[in-house]
Design a protein around this ligand. Structure first.
Ligand code: FUC
Length: 783
């Protein structure tokens, strides 16, 4: 450590301070930043991640707290109870006929009672008293506390996440000495990296705390290893901290103590013995995995490791650039900025920041080989988190991935398909035991141990349509990328198996139409012989299967059957007050404000209803949406942004988007029952759920570009507030990428790029034109 280095730190601090106070309107920082440490995990701490692990740092001055989770660490599953059976109630299907008969006779109460008893999943209480029994819950792995040996009042404090580099930072000065921390998650190196620097030799004490049972800990040549076990299921894990410093490093009293250090790098890895393999889900060589990860870091400097992270991260992040206007309050701390924005301050750069933050979270939380994002992404600090921090299939899991394709992060979508593949085997057992059908299903709540049965309460837990909805993602991944190998090897087998369930499950009603019986519009019944959402999902899945058969040139017989079933499904209907019916029966209550708006699935994310092809149904969807109102939980608001975008009402969508960016959970603002954003811009359901962030981001894209009808629609629902702007890198179905600029609310220029010779159609306002991508790969739109 030398003079040069300390000068560099001082210089950096000055630059940082200047950046805080500068009011250069055009400079785009893409930073969330704060002038004080976080005092609350959920609302203020800032997330980093390497897709396998998620961590939240607080930026405390005397003590830095870094809470972390590794996505496979779960309570519950086969090891938690000898009778764990993936939720399956054996032979439940034997009651199906009776329930259907009761429904046919209009005996809804009896049907509901019986369904509650027979068509629900089974869980068992566990000795550790976990709220979710052997269903389990995602687990925090613990916290790292780093105590820094300095005293005095900090000055020029700043805590931030820089979306351009995918790094968290903290800087401040004490007695004229600069202190700086640097945090990032590296996906290629599978490590979380924390660097502490100071312009004067400083001491640090690192302590790991965990709610889980300790099996052993060791310290050897700068490497701390802790092995532990989850109560109840004995899931084994190891987390290691490799410390590298110019100071002296020792291990005393259960703490890593570093003295006289100008820098200290901590490389943090973790793994568990979870294996995504039915039926045991156990047996990974987690210690071997950590050893290999650490060996990969051997002999490499901090700069080299950071370089690799930057290369990996920026390759994804920089694909999309967005400018929604010229107003910019980057020089204001994010919490203050959020409040001012909600009070009416125009701040286009803040909207861009919100959009790009979701992309940062997607890159940090979901990469090939990792578990998919869960309800909280990868950021959970509890052993008993809300809704088990699991995979919820009646909107949440799907919404988490809505921005993946359109915002050019297609590879981040892949963990979802791996997870879906892991659900097929247990999902087939659930289909057989509950409904005596072929195919695979999942219901509302899913864990990593093959729990594919309905939940243990009928009204919220019964949702066998989960697999159909997930399969839309597999199709869309193909449709955006046109990766035929993916379609053939991954998407189509998943889709076809899921379709078999519907082919067997739908029954003919008195009008000769196919209906879903029993069905339950998500969390919002009652029990019915035809929740519209089921019909729309089945339609969408069969429709996509038919297209897949055409593309692949396979399965004529299956295709013929799929066409026949699709065309006989009870279609969307308009009810007595002009609404889109939520059920086959015309019983919608115009006063109903429920957060789920499931019967509009056909409008978004489906494509059965569009303004152009089914204007009357689109109008009815509008009536329903108006009746439901503009309130809702975080994800509900985000879904409404997307609905209004599809209805081509940009201003209404924008109003909803602004509601998503209302401050909540801050001191001085009331905790609202409806959704909003915490100071750290994580979405408040409340509490924190990542789906709203992702749905909001997808909504912004949907306002600028749509392609679900097969036509590339340029600026289909541009809000009037976004008068001038540009976007680069959004993706359209068909394997296209789009660049646009608009001025005075009108498209000014656009380019569509893709593979030489590919053809397509684009639309802007009343102009519809066919195009062919020329040799240079870029087609310039003629206005
Ligand atoms: C669904 C929603 C709830 C919540 C939960 C995690 O069941 O109805 O609002 O988001 O998922």
């Amino acid at each position: 450590m030398n003079n040069y280095f300390s000068k560099f730190i001082v210089l950096f601090s000055i630059i940082g301070m200047l950046a805080c106070t500068a009011s250069n309107k055009d400079e785009k920082q893409l930073k969330l930043w704060y002038d004080k440490p976080a005092s609350d995990w959920m609302t203020e701490a800032l997330p980093i991640g390497n897709a396998y692990m998620g961590a939240m740092f607080f930026g405390g001055i005397e003590t830095e707290q870094i809470q972390f989770a590794e996505a496979t660490l779960w309570a519950g599953g086969p090891e938690a109870h000898p009778d764990y059976n993936f939720g399956v109630r054996k032979d439940a299907w034997k009651h199906l006929e009776k329930i259907r008969q009761l429904l046919e006779e209009g005996k809804l109460t009896e049907a509901h009672r019986m369904a509650e008893r027979q068509l629900t999943g089974v869980t068992h209480k566990t000795a550790d008293g976990s709220m979710f029994g052997d269903y389990g819950a995602q687990q925090t792995m613990g916290d790292l506390f780093v105590t820094i040996g300095h005293n005095g009042e900090p000055e020029n404090y700043k805590r931030e996440i820089d979306l351009n580099t995918g790094e968290g930072r903290v800087y401040y000065q004490i007695d004229g000495e600069s202190h700086r921390r640097h945090f990032f998650g590296s996906y290629p190196d599978k490590v979380l990296v924390y660097r502490f620097e100071s312009s004067t030799p400083t001491s640090y004490q690192l302590k790991y705390e965990t709610p889980h049972k300790k099996v052993s800990d060791t310290f050897n040549q700068g490497l701390y290893s802790f092995t532990g076990e989850v109560a109840g299921n004995g899931m084994a894990f190891e987390t290691c901290l490799k410390v590298q410093s110019d100071g002296e490093v020792a291990f005393r009293d259960g703490e890593i103590q570093i003295s006289d250090a100008r820098y200290c790098n901590v490389y943090h890895v973790a793994a568990t013995d979870y294996l995504p393999e039915f039926p045991h889900y156990k047996g990974a060589d987690y210690r071997g995995a950590n050893k290999a990860t650490l060996a990969g870091l051997e002999g490499r400097s901090y700069e080299e490791i950071r370089e690799k992270h930057l290369h990996d991260y920026q390759n994804l992040f920089s694909r999309v650039q967005l400018k929604l206007g010229s107003s910019n309050r980057d020089n204001v701390p994010t919490d203050v900025r959020l409040k001012a924005y909600a009070e009416g301050m125009v701040d286009a750069a803040f909207e861009e920041l919100y959009f790009q933050y979701s992309r940062y979270l997607m890159i940090s939380g979901s990469r090939p080989g990792s578990m998919p994002l869960n309800l909280q992404g990868k950021w959970n600090n509890s052993t008993n988190p809300p809704w088990a921090c699991d995979y919820h299939m009646n909107i949440n899991q799907q919404m988490l991935y809505w921005p993946a394709e359109v915002t050019n992060l297609s590879e981040c979508h892949l963990p979802l398909f791996d997870y879906m593949e892991s659900l097929v085997e247990p999902g087939k057992i659930s289909a057989k035991e509950f409904f005596n059908t072929r195919g695979w299903i999942v219901n509302t709540m899913n864990n990593p141990f093959g729990f594919t049965a309905p939940g243990w309460g009928f009204p919220w837990g019964f949702f066998p349509g989960g697999a159909a909805w997930l399969c839309q993602h597999a199709w869309e991944h193909y449709d955006f990328t046109r990766d035929k190998i993916f379609l053939e090897e991954t998407a189509y087998p998943l889709m076809k198996e899921a379709a078999l369930f519907w082919i067997d499950y739908l029954i003919e009603d008195e009008n000769g139409q196919l209906v879903s019986s029993p069905s339950y519009s998500p969390e919002h019944g009652g029990i019915s012989r035809g929740a519209s959402m089921d019909h729309q999902m089945a339609w969408d899945l069969l429709n996509n299967c038919i297209e897949a058969c055409n593309v692949l040139g396979v399965d004529e017989a299956f295709k013929t059957k799929a066409i026949a079933v699709r065309d006989k499904i009870c279609p969307p209907a308009i009810g007595k007050w002009g609404q889109l019916q939520e059920w086959k029966e015309d019983v919608d209550d115009p006063e109903n404000k429920h957060r789920h708006v499931s019967h509009l699935y056909a409008l978004h994310p489906g494509k059965q209803i569009t303004v152009e092809t089914t204007p009357n149904l689109a109008e009815a969807a509008k009536v329903s949406l108006n009746a439901r109102g503009d309130d809702g939980t975080g994800w509900s608001l985000a879904w409404k942004v997307n609905f209004w975008a599809r209805l081509k009402d940009g201003d209404r969508a924008y109003r909803l988007f602004k509601r998503l960016l209302r401050p909540t959970g801050q001191k001085g603002t009331e905790m609202m029952s409806g959704g909003g954003s915490y100071s750290n811009l994580l979405c408040a359901h409340p509490p924190f759920q990542l789906d709203g962030n992702m749905g909001g981001c997808a909504g912004v894209a949907e306002l600028l570009l749509q392609s679900h009808t097969g036509t590339i629609e340029l600026l289909p629902a541009l809000p009037s507030a976004w008068k001038d702007g540009n976007v680069k890198g959004l993706k359209a179905r068909g394997g296209f990428e789009v660049k646009m600029e608009w001025k005075e609310n009108k498209l000014f220029s656009a380019q569509i790029s893709g593979k030489d010779g590919t053809t397509g159609t684009y639309k802007y306002q009343d102009t519809v034109k066919e195009f062919e991508i020329p040799e240079n790969g870029i087609y310039t739109v003629i206005l």
